[in-house]
Design a protein around this ligand. Structure first.
Ligand SMILES: *Cc1c(COP(=O)(O)O)cnc(C)c1O
Length: 391
């Protein structure tokens, strides 16, 4: 007997390859850092989300080792059974204090946090409003929750307002990326908060790319705009990006957090993250907070990059964050540029549909506080050699 659907899958894969949409994995042989050994080659990378350069920080690594000595390798159970340790508990208290919210709750990943929040807080007949360019996990959260989903134009408060004004009954949740993951621009949080207040809706910010990076101490995009718990009652942050470890959290009121503990299925029915990881994150949170030179360094790299890239005539996007995309247009063009950079020893990934809308494939350059002047110069030299005619 032949395996069912095998031929069909093979044809679909081939079609994907022909459309420059095929994705492949690389095998990294070194720790996360700007210069890495990947598939046997040394490459200078500009594509990780390790914005503060903490993923391979010696103190964070030591905390992980010490945590493993104290707690072992795995948590052994879900949080609501015996998986919730003093390490998790202490990290939650520290995240709540840091974000200026009554409580915080750890999730295993940001993807799971987003799925859990929408499904726990909304019921059939409720409404979920999402920016068109929200992260895939927020869009999937909409599919999983039984609420009716409305998508508004990107970063467009007026488009959201028109949808809110048409609305009927039920609870409403407005969910947005704080910093858009593939564009690097910020959501208009003050306007969204205003609308949320007027229409008695929750505002939820997914701050995967703002947490650690924006705000005086890295408290994230709400803090960047001077917004607190009243304006942004639900704040989701991830720990695998700027904090360099793994996992995610939701910060909010006592009532929101308790509701998630009782009802978020992606919290309840899964193994708690390793306690050692929580110990590592506690150290990386302290470093992220105290060492503001890391944020200053990023600002300086971004500024220098934009000035030089503009003078090279590169199609930059409207971003002041460490995510600096260069718009290619077609997937084929984005892939060609990525290959041209790689031939010069520089790794920048091509982001293609469906991750971004059709016709807006791009190179997604990201900076880390560990990038040096010399690294930046090498990137600019390689970019200046790109064949720029867009397709
Ligand atoms: C990465 C990301 C997530 C998912 O977080 P993980 O912890 O990696 O699962 C959610 N939202 C946004 C905007 C992200 O960029």
């Amino acid at each position: 007997m032949t395996e069912p659907n095998k031929q069909h899958l093979a044809e679909a894969l081939e079609l994907r390859r022909e459309s420059s949409l095929y994705r492949t994995r690389r095998v990294a042989e070194t720790a996360q850092q700007p210069e890495m050994q990947i598939d046997g080659r040394r490459l200078l990378t500009f594509c990780s989300n390790d914005y503060l350069g903490l993923a391979n920080h010696p103190e964070v690594v030591r905390a992980l080792q010490q945590g493993a000595s104290n707690y072992g390798a795995g948590s052994g159970a879900a949080h609501l059974i015996t998986g919730h340790t003093t390490a998790h508990h202490a990290l939650e208290a520290e995240l709540a204090e840091f974000t200026g919210r009554p409580r915080a709750l750890l999730f295993s990943t940001g993807y799971m946090a987003n799925l859990g929040i929408a499904a726990a807080l909304l019921e059939r007949g409720d409404r979920l409003y999402e920016d068109r360019l929200n992260h895939a996990s927020l869009l999937d959260a909409g599919q999983l929750s039984r609420a009716k989903m409305h998508r508004y134009q990107h970063a467009d408060a007026e488009s959201l307002q028109r949808q809110l004004e048409r609305a009927e009954q039920g609870r409403a949740l407005i969910a947005t990326d704080g910093v858009f993951s593939m564009d690097g621009d910020l959501a208009p949080l003050p306007q969204l908060a205003q609308l949320a207040q007027t229409h008695n809706a929750w505002l939820m910010v997914d701050d995967a790319h703002g947490f650690g990076v924006l705000g005086d101490e890295g408290q994230g995009s709400p803090s960047h705009f001077g917004l607190g718990l009243d304006e942004v009652p639900i704040l989701m942050g991830t720990l695998g990006k700027a904090l360099g470890t793994f996992g995610a959290f939701v910060a909010g009121s006592e009532e929101v957090i308790e509701t998630l503990i009782q009802q978020a299925r992606s919290y309840i029915y899964t193994t708690a993250p390793p306690p050692a990881m929580a110990e590592a994150t506690r150290v990386s949170l302290r470093i992220a907070r105290q060492e503001s030179w890391r944020r200053d360094r990023l600002k300086q790299l971004i500024k220098q990059f934009r000035v030089s890239a503009e003078s090279l005539g590169l199609p930059l996007m409207d971003s002041l964050t460490p995510i600096q995309p260069i718009l290619a247009g077609s997937a084929t063009q984005a892939l060609a540029w990525s290959h041209q950079l790689e031939a010069q020893g520089i790794l920048v990934s091509a982001i293609r549909p469906p991750t971004v809308p059709e016709g807006s494939a791009r190179l997604r350059i990201t900076f880390s506080a560990n990038h040096t002047e010399r690294h930046l110069q090498r990137l600019l030299d390689a970019l200046s050699n790109l064949k720029l005619e867009t397709t």
